[in-house]
Ligand binder design. Structure first.
Ligand SMILES: NC(=O)c1ccc[n+]([C@@H]2O[C@H](COP(=O)([O-])OP(=O)(O)OC[C@H]3O[C@@H](n4cnc5c(N)ncnc54)[C@H](OP(=O)(O)O)[C@@H]3O)[C@@H](O)[C@H]2O)c1
Length: 275
């Protein structure tokens, strides 16, 4: 299967790198383009055999599956470039949440899917979220699922839950590193431990925690119970954590508010001329 990437910025290059380093794709299968061509030329040097396309049309002409890895409001320009070349049997995969499957299928005369990756996929870990358009055949679904299972634990979701699922899978690493950073800063401020030492200890704790969660036997609830000795120190610390109140409710409220604004902008981008 020949695979194309349009947009090799942060996420496009992470995906491409991860597919190659996991052995899921060979560089010779890949054609990529980017608005600023230097980025894609660099990738072709890093991965000999990868084709650095001169434009987006070349990617479409040389690929059966095409990942579009640009920001939401950059899609229209990409679609204008590729529509003359796209064929019904090709599959276009968007990696961004506010581009809806129904819009992909309305805009493009081909098959469409949406996959939301995570930065954790760069180390072949974490989940990815998959949604298929109506035109995807069973073998397309299987191929995409297989591809992502080489770099992640893929989960097919309903599009209605794209935002909350992406918040957990894709924004989650930023949220959790922020919390960990606050944990470290507080340790330094309250006790005078060095930042380096606190960072080392916290990072090792998180690595071990992730291992425990992924390998079992603990779920989150039992893990807390095992550490929480009645009347002990952990309980005293947890009592302060109760103070976070509804902060995570607010996180999801904020992301959904921004998402709804993005959806409106995307709709305007695609349909303003047709209204
Ligand atoms: N970052 C994450 O963890 C993550 C996770 C899941 C999904 N996503 C989604 O992935 C999308 C891309 O995010 P990102 O962080 O990778 O953004 P980014 O670093 O800005 O990458 C976008 C790339 O697309 C290129 N581009 C823009 N318009 C183009 C066009 N017409 N033709 C060809 N290339 C074009 C840009 O080229 P230039 O070099 O000229 O700017 C840039 O390199 C976003 O919608 C985001 O929601 C991101």
């Amino acid at each position: 299967m020949r695979v194309g990437f349009i947009g090799t910025g942060s996420m496009g290059s992470i995906l491409l790198d991860s597919f190659i380093s996991s052995g899921a794709l060979q560089p010779g299968q890949i054609t990529a383009s980017n608005r600023t061509r230097e980025k894609v030329l660099k990738l072709s040097q890093d991965f000999p055999g990868l084709t650095a396309a001169v434009d987006n049309a070349e990617v479409v002409q040389k690929s059966q599956v095409i990942f579009v890895c640009v920001k939401p409001l950059e899609f229209k320009k990409v679609f204008d470039d590729i529509i003359p070349w796209i064929k019904p049997e090709q599959i276009v995969i968007s990696i961004t949440s506010p581009i809806l499957l129904r819009d992909l299928e309305k805009q493009l005369p081909c098959k469409a899917a949406k996959v939301i990756p995570s930065i954790t996929n760069s180390v072949q870990a974490g989940a990815s979220l998959i949604m298929f358009g109506n035109r995807c055949a069973e073998e397309d679904r299987e191929w995409i699922h297989q591809l992502f299972s080489k770099i992640s634990s893929p989960l097919e979701i309903e599009e209605a839950y794209t935002r909350v699922s992406s918040d957990i899978v894709s924004c989650g690493p930023a949220f959790m590193s922020y919390l960990l950073q606050r944990f470290i800063i507080a340790a330094v401020e309250e006790t005078g431990i060095s930042r380096e030492e606190a960072t080392f200890l916290a990072s090792q704790m998180i690595v071990g925690f992730a291992d425990l969660i992924s390998k079992g036997p603990f779920d989150l609830e039992t893990l807390q119970q095992r550490v929480l000795v009645p009347g002990g120190v952990t309980g005293a610390g947890l009592a302060a954590l109760e103070g976070i109140g509804d902060v995570f409710n607010q996180v999801f409220k904020n992301t959904h508010k921004k998402y709804n604004m993005d959806l409106q902008e995307v709709s305007h981008m695609f349909y303003q001329e047709k209204k």
